[in-house]
Design a protein around this ligand. Structure first.
Ligand code: ATP
Ligand code: MG
Length: 227
């Protein structure tokens, strides 16, 4: 328990619907140590993005508890959860959520500047070079392809060297060669910085590079965690 960075205990999510209550996640538990990598797989609608949002403290469960970096999230208010996220978490969303008013470099610099880092520009430039976008620094998200926006989002999530990186389909919009490069980068970070990876993916190769894997079916875990 001592080195666990992220735990979920009996996590459930129930939402109201026209037909009554709909359970989108059912009593899911897991425990990840620092430096672990976890793939979450399952069909569309099985609850993967919902689970990721709960684990990252972006959404609150209907039941159960998430503990992130030693903090039980349900005990915190929204501001406190935001602080925990800023300190410990990087997130790559299924929709990239880049800021259109900023160019690629500024999008990646933003979390570093918020962190008060003097080397924000150099580090952001280096990260964008690592994802193959050294020639696109001053492009706005609108001027980038879907896969390029994906790579900017990944560079931004890496920027602050998070303890846990959550990514929803990080290779989803990329051709297989670029996807492979991004996978390599994810695991380099995992190795270099001990960043824990929690990845939702349909990419079999990426899933099998993770040390652990869970499969969701209609909100329930069907494949056990392999230690
Ligand atoms: N706020 C909500 N209100 C009602 N239903 C929701 C809500 N959020 C998610 N759902 C439903 O819960 C189920 C799981 O959604 P989720 O987005 O987690 O699926 P997913 O596994 O990520 O799918 P995909 O692979 O298509 O991204 C879906 O059937 C979705 O319609
Ligand atoms: Mg999803």
């Amino acid at each position: 328990m001592g080195s666990s960075i992220l735990t979920a205990q009996d996590l459930s999510k129930v939402v109201p619907s026209a037909e009554g209550e709909l359970t989108i996640l059912h009593e899911l538990s897991l425990e990840l140590n620092k430096g672990d990598s976890l793939a979450i797989v399952g069909a569309s609608g099985s609850g993967k993005s919902t689970l990721l949002g709960l684990l990252a403290g972006l959404d609150l469960p209907s039941g159960g508890e998430v503990t992130l970096a030693g903090q039980a999230l349900s005990a915190l208010d929204e501001d406190q959860r935001a602080r925990i996220r800023a300190e410990h978490v990087g997130f790559v969303f299924q929709s990239f959520q880049l800021l259109d008013s900023l160019n690629a470099l500024e999008n990646v610099m933003l979390p570093l500047e918020l962190d008060g880092r003097k080397d924000a520009r150099e580090r952001a430039t280096e990260l964008l070079q690592r994802v193959g976008l050294g020639q696109r620094l001053t492009h706005s998200p609108r001027q980038l392809s879907g896969g390029e926006q994906q790579r900017v989002a990944i560079a931004r999530a890496f920027a602050a060297e998070p303890d846990v990186l959550f990514a929803d389909e990080p290779t989803g919009n990329l051709d297989s060669h670029t996807g492979e490069r991004i996978s390599d980068l994810l695991f380099e970070l995992n190795k270099e910085s001990g960043t824990t990876l929690v990845l939702v993916t349909h990419d079999e190769r990426l899933a099998h590079r993770c040390r652990r894997l869970i499969r969701l079916e209609a909100g329930q875990m069907v494949a056990p965690l392999e230690p």
